[in-house]
Write a protein that binds this ligand. Structure first.
Ligand code: SF4
Ligand code: SF4
Length: 346
């Protein structure tokens, strides 16, 4: 008994001395990526307005990054690339963004969700707002949590089934047809002209995100589900060293994915978003880190640099190789954009 107490006392004395910057670095990356998406959104809105007004409003070129919001078209294009070796001509930027995010998730856990995704960032600010307002966030009962978590896999399964069973020539015809060409405009219009039902669903999701941590991401996002499945094979993972760990439980309490960081040695869960919140709160020197093979520790700045390198590397390649832009003549947009609502899913 005395020996155990002595050991615990000795462990408590090994406090972390270095300053912790992981969350400041992560928040900076998140806000930069959110700002990039707002910029893309504004530019795309101006582009659409120009064609809707028959060319009388301010012109802005179409930002290819908007295709990052077309995940199904990106999956279709990826299938075409894998089967034919040819880079598709409609919405190729979305496919390259998907490849960059797959690369991030494979190498750095589900860091796309924890470091880049604008929806994840907004979601995080919402639950933090809820926590500061009500001094807590709520948790689903275990049975409900497990049941709800399966929803995102069901949605992902449906999308994958649709893409996998669609022949390459059908994908070509779909993306090259009027609906496929202006699917980005239709997506913008969906949010611009929300129906009452759509508005209620968005409001409910916002409200639930205030009470429950990452409600949308944890239960409903098929993109996050795909990233999580890829991250399952990631060499990077949170690793706890039982020797210096003082079993304070702070890491588990801080984890927005509700993982038992304080009881496991390595975190390989598909729900780990690589946010390093657990690492940030750990008081014990050397007890917890994001590690790569051979127990090499990955500091937050290296994580941010690797994410930036992957993102800029893949998108930069697409630009230099001439694959970044969808080349649609202006007269086609002039014809299709004002009548976007008339085209329905074939
Ligand atoms: S285990 Fe750590 S890195 Fe993973 S989600 Fe939880 S807090 Fe974030
Ligand atoms: S925060 Fe977690 S890893 Fe760090 S000392 Fe406490 S229980 Fe151990």
């Amino acid at each position: 008994m005395r020996a155990t107490t002595a050991l615990k006392l000795r462990k408590r004395l090994i406090r972390r001395s270095a300053q912790e910057y992981s969350q400041a670095i992560r928040r900076t990356v998140q806000l930069l990526f959110l700002a990039l998406n707002v910029w893309i959104g504004v530019q795309f809105y101006l582009f659409v307005r120009y064609y809707e007004s028959g060319g009388t409003t301010l012109y802005a070129s179409r930002p290819p990054g908007v295709e990052g919001w077309l995940p199904i078209a990106s999956l279709m294009n990826l299938k075409v690339l894998l089967l034919t070796g040819v880079v598709p001509r409609i919405h190729p930027a979305g496919m390259f963004l998907l490849l960059a995010f797959i690369g991030v998730s494979f190498l750095l856990r589900k860091a796309f969700c924890g470091w880049l995704c604008p929806v994840g960032t907004i979601s995080e600010y919402l639950w933090k707002l809820g926590r500061s307002t009500f001094r807590r966030n709520w948790m689903m009962p275990r049975w409900a949590d497990i049941t709800l978590r399966s929803l995102k896999y069901i949605l992902l399964g449906l999308f994958l089934y649709a893409v996998v069973t669609m022949p390459v020539n059908a994908i070509d015809a779909f993306l090259g047809g009027p609906y496929g060409v202006i699917s980005d405009v239709k997506m913008l219009n969906f949010f611009r002209t929300l129906t009452l039902a759509g508005g209620l669903v968005v409001a409910a999701l916002v409200l639930l995100s205030v009470f429950y941590q990452n409600f949308w991401c944890r239960y409903l996002c098929p993109y996050g589900a795909l990233m999580g499945m890829i991250a399952r094979f990631s060499p990077a993972r949170i690793r706890r060293e039982p020797e210096p760990c003082i079993d304070c439980g702070k890491c588990a309490k801080a984890c927005p994915s509700h993982l038992a960081v304080d009881r496991l040695v390595t975190i390989t869960s598909v729900e780990c978003i690589g946010c390093m919140e657990c690492v940030a709160v750990c008081p014990a020197e050397g007890a917890l880190a994001l590690s790569v093979p051979r127990r090499k520790r990955l500091p937050a700045w290296a994580m941010a640099a690797a994410i930036a390198a992957l993102f800029l590397g893949v998108t930069g390649y697409a630009r230099v190789a001439g694959y970044w832009h969808t080349h649609i003549p202006p007269d086609v947009y002039m014809r299709l954009v004002p009548h976007a609502d008339e085209f329905s899913h074939p």
